[in-house]
Write a protein that binds this ligand. Structure first.
Ligand SMILES: *[C@@H]1O[C@H](CO)[C@@H](O)[C@H](O)[C@H]1NC(C)=O
Ligand SMILES: *[C@@H]1O[C@H](CO)[C@@H](O)[C@H](O)[C@H]1NC(C)=O
Ligand SMILES: *[C@@H]1O[C@H](CO)[C@@H](O)[C@H](O)[C@H]1NC(C)=O
Ligand SMILES: *[C@@H]1O[C@H](CO)[C@@H](O)[C@H](O)[C@H]1NC(C)=O
Ligand SMILES: *[C@@H]1O[C@H](CO)[C@@H](O)[C@H](O)[C@H]1NC(C)=O
Ligand SMILES: *[C@@H]1O[C@H](CO)[C@@H](O)[C@H](O)[C@H]1NC(C)=O
Ligand SMILES: *[C@@H]1O[C@H](CO)[C@@H](O)[C@H](O)[C@H]1NC(C)=O
Ligand SMILES: *[C@@H]1O[C@H](CO)[C@@H](O)[C@H](O)[C@H]1NC(C)=O
Ligand SMILES: *[C@@H]1O[C@H](CO)[C@@H](O)[C@H](O)[C@H]1NC(C)=O
Length: 630
């Protein structure tokens, strides 16, 4: 750790003459930057850099604890924030930032209080897109303590969520959100808006030490990127050489990427007959953006045609016959090449193959280009946030971040469907049965307009069923049974014309069941209003105070009912006569028995089909969620 800082000092001493980058003053107004010392209760300033570190803020929950490992981004930080299962399966930071292009960086760490010294396994999403999977063994690889990724944030706040896998408590040491130029890392199209670029490797070849962009006196708009030296990658005695210069490099540090001069002042080189390869682990089928940095700094290479090499990505030719001096026009002048490829295997081997002279590479970056997730409908999100507040949802549900994304980590009880036309997710099912949901049902629920199934059975709900529930026109199943709901059933529920299941049993409802709900039964839907002490009407029994028309209806139904009974009796009697006369004897009540059996079976079938379709068991936060193989 101290090693890092010593290295940093050395680099500063060497470079101080180059403090003034030609573009340092090009941008009016500094970049937006926020640096959060997770778990810390005080603001601080890092003496090394002068950067202000804010005390912990913007988190959804969790606890602060001591971080035993040195924070390798800001050595004076000694705290972390961790999220226990009682905080729910996902915990988030929500940090206000102006719309723009950002580098987000994390320093992952863990300790005794938070994880009993055991490495936690979890995933991290940024703006709903899964960006990191810290799989078992991550902490043994120093590279993995850092994570930075580039993305556009346009909704006014950066949402960074930690998704528990059930193995340990997610923990974070520090978090930075650093603004970049809007068109930084433009891959040649406007596609950057729709992707997150996660840094896989950022290497300064031939450098004596690793270091941060800011401490190499790059422009602040560079996002303080961390450049790792490649010197630790080579086995001792490897046939590689190092080129270093203190001479000024021209054409570096241009917007939009603002690279530090230092990355061009060293290079790794080989013998003329050797190729140089770097191997990067990747996921097959995923896209990777490769950025290569060159500047001719060898004193003996003075003109074009003296150093020419191919750049290969696995077996594919990425850049043929690269002749740095021919392209730049002179030595000591920076050259940047970028290309995006689709990985075909688990490794990406970037090779520099000499055609003339030896090869020399100054720096390179590899990004995983991750398509961004679509967000949930705002209205759905607001509705669920309001519900979380008003229905006293227990903290263990979490319910932080976006309810539907990342799609592998929806909120507990929430099931979503993607609407390709609208380009958004919507909540199609809410299973909050037996979750301790309390309070009075409000109008917030109506924001879930596309909700098809709502199960609030066996909770602590009180008060009346709001008439606005009749506006949730997509509902096919509504289960409010086993609560303490009182008052009368709103007649607006009759507007739910595709409802197939309405369960209001075991509440304290009173008054008359709205006659409109009779339509449910006619459609063959199920209605259960049993065990409500004060209830009468459809589905239960006649009410004592009836209007004239209702009386008439009752009388009519009684008359028709008796007529049916009478004709059945007649039919049976005739059958009986016939069977006693005929050779074959039918069971006495066969027609009835047969009809009833069929009816019961149909209902059961319908129920089990509905159940399969709508009632998904609520995922519990303790269950081990399989991690994406990132
Ligand atoms: C910065 O340096 C001052 C003076 O040397 C010291 O008092 C302070 O604790 C240091 N702050 C940090 C964050 O290291
Ligand atoms: C995040 O914060 C912004 C304002 O700072 C707020 O409008 C938004 O609702 C918050 N989002 C969540 C998911 O809490
Ligand atoms: C990256 O490469 C593309 C395609 O060659 C090019 O259009 C784009 O300008 C390059 N980006 C930068 C920042 O050099
Ligand atoms: C690099 O350029 C700066 C001015 O931009 C100059 O002061 C310095 O002497 C130069 N360094 C070398 C090694 O040429
Ligand atoms: C990779 O990039 C291509 C071309 O832009 C795109 O069509 C494809 O969907 C991308 N694949 C992934 C997995 O992002
Ligand atoms: C420089 O490149 C051009 C084409 O890009 C080529 O025609 C020329 O021969 C090259 N010069 C040398 C010296 O290789
Ligand atoms: C609602 O959840 C309860 C379990 O808590 C279950 O018994 C019931 O069948 C569910 N209702 C529906 C309509 O699926
Ligand atoms: C429900 O729908 C009615 C009629 O369309 C409307 O007047 C009322 O405002 C809606 N209620 C809510 C809470 O959206
Ligand atoms: C319903 O219960 C609440 C208390 O939970 C009470 O204030 C209200 O008066 C009751 N309403 C009816 C119609 O009984």
């Amino acid at each position: 750790m101290d090693f890092e800082r010593v290295g940093f000092v050395v680099i500063v001493a060497i470079l101080c003459g180059a403090c003034m980058s030609p573009f340092a003053a090009a941008q009016t107004g500094g970049p937006f930057a926020i640096r959060i010392a997770c778990g810390s209760t005080v603001d601080s300033v890092a003496n090394e850099t002068g950067y202000a570190w804010s005390k912990d803020t913007g988190y959804s929950g969790g606890k602060g604890a001591a971080a035993p490992a040195t924070n390798r981004i800001a050595g004076h930080l000694h705290t972390l924030r961790y999220f226990e299962s009682t905080d729910g399966p996902q915990s988030c930071y929500n940090i206000s930032v102006p719309s723009g292009h950002y580098l987000t960086r994390f320093f992952f760490t863990f300790g005794e209080t938070d994880n009993a010294g055991q490495e936690p396994v979890f995933e991290v999403s940024v703006e709903g897109t899964l960006v990191y999977s810290l799989t078992s063994g991550w902490s043994s690889m120093v590279d993995n303590e850092y994570g930075d990724s580039l993305l556009h944030i346009t909704d006014g706040a950066a949402t960074i969520c930690f998704h528990s896998s059930g193995h340990g408590n997610p923990a974070i040491g520090s978090l930075e959100i650093l603004q970049l130029y809007v068109d930084a890392y433009n891959m040649g199209s406007s596609a950057n808006l729709n992707v997150v670029m996660r840094t896989i490797k950022r290497v300064t070849a031939g450098a004596a030490q690793s270091g941060y962009g800011s401490r190499m006196h790059a422009d602040a708009w560079g996002g303080d990127r961390y450049w790792a030296t490649d010197q630790t990658l080579f086995a001792p005695g490897s046939p590689i050489g190092v080129l270093r210069t203190e001479a000024n490099i021209s054409n570096f540090g241009n917007p939009p990427n603002i690279y530090p001069q230092a990355i061009y002042q060293s290079a790794t080189t080989t013998e003329p007959s050797n190729k140089l390869s770097y191997i990067v682990p990747v996921q097959p089928g995923q896209n990777y953006s490769i950025w290569l940095h060159f500047a001719e700094i060898a004193p003996e290479v003075t003109g074009p045609g003296m150093r020419v090499f191919n750049v290969m990505a696995n077996d594919a030719l990425l850049f043929p016959a690269v002749d740095i001096v021919n392209i730049t026009g002179s030595p000591f002048r920076a050259l940047i090449l970028n290309k995006t490829i689709t990985a075909e295997s688990r490794t990406l081997t970037i090779s520099f193959v000499p055609l003339k002279g030896s090869v020399a590479v100054n720096a390179f970056e590899v990004f995983h280009v991750i398509p961004r997730e679509y967000a949930s409908f705002d209205e759905n999100v607001w509705a669920l946030q309001a519900i979380k507040q008003s229905q006293n949802l227990p903290p263990r549900l979490g319910w932080n971040g976006d309810p539907c994304v990342p799609p592998v980590h929806p909120w507990i009880g929430v099931k979503c469907v993607f609407d390709a036309l609208a380009g958004a997710w919507f909540v199609s099912s809410l299973a909050l049965d037996q979750q301790g949901v309390g309070g009075v049902l409000g109008d917030a629920w109506v924001g879930l307009r596309q909700l098809q199934s709502l199960n609030l059975s066996k909770n602590l709900l009180v008060g009346e069923i709001p008439s606005s529930f009749g506006n949730m026109s997509s509902l096919t199943s509504l289960d409010l049974s086993h609560n303490r709901l009182n008052g009368s059933i709103p007649s607006t529920l009759g507007q739910l014309v595709i409802l197939k299941e309405l369960l209001l049993n075991d509440n304290l409802l009173s008054g008359e069941v709205p006659p409109a709900l009779g339509a449910l039964l006619i459609r063959g839907a199920s209605l259960n209003v049993a065990n409500n002490p004060g209830l009468c009407g459809v589905g239960i029994g006649p009410c004592t105070h009836m209007s004239a028309s209702e009386k008439l209806a009752l009388i009519l139904s009684l008359v028709i009912g008796s007529a049916i009974l009478a004709s059945c009796a007649m039919f049976l009697w005739i059958k009986h006569k016939a069977s006693s006369r005929g050779a074959q004897r039918l069971p006495r009540d066969a027609p009835y028995a047969k009809a009833r059996t069929t009816f019961v079976r149909d209902v059961q079938m319908a129920r089990s089909m509905l159940q399969n379709h709508f009632s998904r068991p609520a995922p519990t936060y303790t269950e081990a969620t399989p991690l994406n193989p990132h």
